[in-house]
Design a protein. Structure first.
Length: 566
């Protein structure tokens, strides 16, 4: 049984925090126009800090944008789109969040701008523009075809023809999202200034969009053909191995410089740089932590997002194998993290089902590492079917037949059972995406005082996590308790808890040699009997040693009995 430990008793806030992602368009519509806004988020800070109990907010883009990709096509990195409010609204939100004890992480979109950004507008005026090399403009091949075979994630070639200057320009995503050239020092300096702009306004960190895309082969070589490993089908992009347009080794130098900007801006204040890294080769993924420094830390990203749980069956053995591989590759001084949902993925309750979603909540909030929780998952929100004529997501529209639209997982948050679900005071039929048809049960007001609700489960797990240093910064040690069961022990000094989860449609019993008491369970109907633990199908429990004399320094003996008495 291998033990994974925390390197130091001091842990930065981002290691002990639970991060909550807010998609601003969908959280709360303060002004009644059908789109969420910054004032709406500020209004709900008491829910986040007091009712739910999370520690940090991650805001998806709120910058000025033509909204071709709903904010991920930025036309001004240093302002707020009027649909969301003003810079004053942002400043007020940060101030209020900090007063409520919440950290603020914002999205940073460095791979590409909008084609309406002044930089790109200037770049495409003529070939000798001072901004021309800020982007990737290249001549066509002799036959007029694009410069290489790279494929856009949103379908078709990654190259768009610019008629005015008779060259192609590169876009990893939409043609409206031209890629920035991070090999140009002027681009690097300008983007570092963007980071400083928001740090001056008090933000506590950045989530870096498609971070691995910043590194492209300097010669823009063709990608080799072959099957790309991904957690879901993505069309033609899966027919190439993306070794030259994503994750070129030079990307690590980019993050070393970015890390210095974040760490050095205000010495003594802990900020975080989190990278969106879709790389399911754990060894490659772990390189984004960077190299050891003389001070004993690492010089890369503070955390590369780990999407591994999206890429394995929701079963005990594959999950354990994934966590073991992850822990084996996280370098000394690095800190793991886990994600089960976000604005690009089908809702957790839709992917695994309502019962398993309760088990997933326990898994997410008890593994060693920083968890990120997607808004609405604490209610068990599911994907909302969006009729074809109401779909907004460009990915779904441009790659038909694969059901890639992300609209179903981005629908408005449900606060109550009113016609507008408490999301908007305006006409509910005018919300930017439909609200769905299960609002009566899946809303905050309905679940807040129901001890059996999904919200109550998340609140309990978050409360237990806050009270148990073993769950925040403790070591992790596997317990072998039988098939279809996942069990581990978290320990910090003399505090320990054990997590036992039944990934089976059948009941299971786990007996321990020492007495334990139940701290939390995913099943509201489960008994409180602790010795032995009779686990219902898809039930998980957090337990701790009952006797004060048993500090948990030795692992308790455990035995699984497959057929417990009724």
């Amino acid at each position: 049984m291998k033990t994974m430990t925390t390197e130091s008793n001091h842990a930065p806030w981002w290691q002990t925090a639970v991060i909550y992602q807010i998609y601003p368009r969908s959280f709360l519509d303060h002004d009644g126009d059908g789109v969420g806004d910054l004032r709406g988020i500020r209004e709900k800070l008491p829910y986040l800090s007091e009712t739910l109990g999370i520690d940090a907010i991650w805001l998806s883009p709120f910058y000025p944008s033509p909204m071709a990709d709903f904010g991920y096509d930025v036309s001004n990195y240093c302002d707020v789109d009027p649909v969301f409010g003003t810079l004053d609204d942002f400043d007020a939100l940060v101030t209020a969040a900090h007063a409520a004890g919440l950290k603020m992480v914002v999205d940073f979109v460095p791979n590409h701008t909008s084609d309406a950004h002044p930089w790109f507008v200037e770049a495409r005026v003529r070939r000798d523009s001072l901004k021309r090399d800020w982007y990737y403009f290249r001549d066509a091949k002799p036959d007029g075809s694009p410069p290489n075979n790279w494929v856009s994630l949103f379908g078709g070639s990654s190259w768009a023809w610019d008629e005015a200057t008779a060259q192609y320009y590169l876009h990893t995503f939409l043609p409206e999202q031209p890629d920035l050239n991070w090999r140009n020092p002027e681009v690097v300096n300008a983007m570092h200034d963007v980071l400083r702009f928001w740090m001056r306004r008090g933000v506590d960190g950045f989530r870096i969009d498609v971070a691995h895309a910043l590194g492209k082969h300097p010669e823009l070589r063709d990608n080799p053909l072959g099957t790309e490993r991904s957690h879901k089908p993505r069309g033609d992009t899966d027919l190439q191995r993306h070794v030259h347009d994503l994750g070129h080794p030079d990307v690590h130098a980019i993050f070393r410089r970015l890390r210095r900007v974040v760490d050095d801006f205000e010495p003594g204040r802990e900020r975080v740089a989190i990278g969106e890294i879709h790389d399911y080769d754990v060894a490659h993924w772990a390189q984004y932590y960077g190299r050891p420094t003389e001070a004993g830390g690492l010089d890369g990203l503070h955390m590369p997002f780990n999407f591994g749980l999206l890429n394995v069956p929701f079963e005990a053995a594959p999950i354990r194998s994934l966590v073991e591989a992850l822990e084996a590759h996280v370098p000394a001084g690095g800190w793991p993290n886990y994600v089960l949902g976000n604005h690009d993925e089908s809702r957790l309750a839709t992917r695994v089902g309502p019962e398993r979603a309760r088990l997933a909540a326990m898994l997410l909030l008890t593994l060693r590492g920083t968890p990120t929780l997607y808004y609405g998952d604490e209610l068990g929100m599911r994907d909302v079917p969006v009729p074809l004529d109401q779909q907004r997501d460009p990915w779904g529209k441009r790659v038909p037949g694969l059901d890639l639209s992300r609209d179903p997982c981005r629908t408005p948050m449900r606060w109550d059972a009113s016609p507008g679900a408490g999301f908007t005071a305006g006409p509910p039929e005018q919300t930017w995406l439909p609200l769905g048809d299960d609002i009566e049960a899946v809303n905050v007001a309905h679940q807040r005082d129901d001890p059996a609700s999904m919200l109550s489960l998340y609140r309990k797990l978050l409360d237990v996590r806050k009270s148990e240093p073993a769950l925040r910064i403790g070591s992790l040690e596997w317990l072998d308790v039988g098939d279809d069961l996942l069990a581990y022990r978290r320990q910090h000094h003399d505090r320990s808890v054990m997590v036992i989860m039944n990934f089976s449609a059948e009941p299971r019993t786990v007996a321990f040699a020492t007495d334990v008491s139940v701290v939390a369970t995913t099943s509201p109907s489960a008994g409180r009997r602790a010795a032995p633990l009779n686990l219902e199908p898809w039930e998980g429990r957090v337990v701790r040693p009952s006797s004060p004399a048993d500090t948990g320094r030795r692992p308790p003996d455990a035995l699984d009995t497959p057929d417990p008495p009724p």
